[in-house]
Design a protein around this ligand. Structure first.
Ligand code: PGA
Length: 254
């Protein structure tokens, strides 16, 4: 990594009710954040506003796990960009594989959401990743290029610097996930960087953080983060306890 800030984030997914989330946010607020590390946390909607206010003046960004692309309307069960913004969130996670697999998220809806996020001044954290089948047929690079190109379709030149990407192989995520080899990860990130160069030019592409996620833990986090085209890690299970998140932040800083 070296040349850029190291991003270290965690999505709590469907964990921590309001009381537990507030307690975790208060513990996060006590952490001292090493220089050149940018932590962020992505709580469930039910505690987004509380976590945002607890961390408002801290160097930990807060994000939502999803949102709709319209700003209001008859969309039962959905949350809009202005609602996320009003809660105080700085970023919004879009296109996580669990959303794509179980809730019908597509490259096209991710694109609509990316454009909406940018319009409302939210940083989109766009998750991309190959399935086990795509990996087995050796089309990972093609899949990632397609996902990146569709997600960023219509993004204006000056907006690219607000984008965050996370490469998360679907086969590496969760309890049954298999952590990816470092060489493979570096190669994928290099390919993603090439696609970004095509879309945004070299200078801008170099500034877009591309995080790695999928069974990241305390042992492998510093190895992934040290790869030349990896700008940090996006962590699930290993960072749900605040102590786990803290340890990973420290492991990357040293
Ligand atoms: P995991 O989740 O670290 O528990 O594999 C990663 C993710 O889904 O972002």
């Amino acid at each position: 990594m070296g040349r850029r800030t190291a991003w270290v984030g965690t999505s709590w997914k469907m964990n921590k009710g309001p009381a537990e989330a507030v307690a975790a946010a208060r513990a996060l607020a006590e952490l001292s954040i090493p220089p050149h590390v940018q932590p962020f946390v992505v709580p469930p909607f039910t505690s987004l506003k509380d976590v945002c206010s607890i961390l408002r003046d801290k160097n930990i960004l807060v994000g939502a796990q999803n949102m709709h692309w319209e700003n209001a309307g008859a969309w039962t069960g959905e949350v809009s960009p202005p609602m996320v913004k009003e809660c105080g969130a700085a970023l919004v996670e879009l296109g996580h594989s669990e959303r794509r697999t179980y809730f019908g998220e597509t490259d096209q809806t991710v694109n609509l959401k990316v454009l909406a996020a940018l319009k409302y001044g939210l940083k989109p954290l766009i998750c991309i990743g190959d399935t086990q089948e795509e990996y087995a047929f050796n089309v990972t690079n093609e899949v990632l290029a397609r996902q990146v190109k569709i997600a960023l379709h219509g993004v204006k030149a000056h907006e690219f610097e607000n984008i965050l990407l996370a490469y998360e192989p679907v086969w590496a995520i969760g309890e049954k996930g298999r952590p990816a080899e470092a060489d493979f990860v570096q190669n994928c990130h290099e390919q993603v960087r090439q696609t970004l160069i095509e879309l945004a030019g070299e200078e801008t592409a170099e500034r877009i953080p591309v995080l790695y996620g999928g069974s990241v833990n305390l042992e492998n986090a510093p190895h992934y983060a040290a790869l030349p085209d990896v700008d940090g890690v996006f962590v699930g299970r290993a960072a749900w306890p605040v102590a786990g998140f803290k340890a990973i932040i420290e492991s990357i800083a040293t």
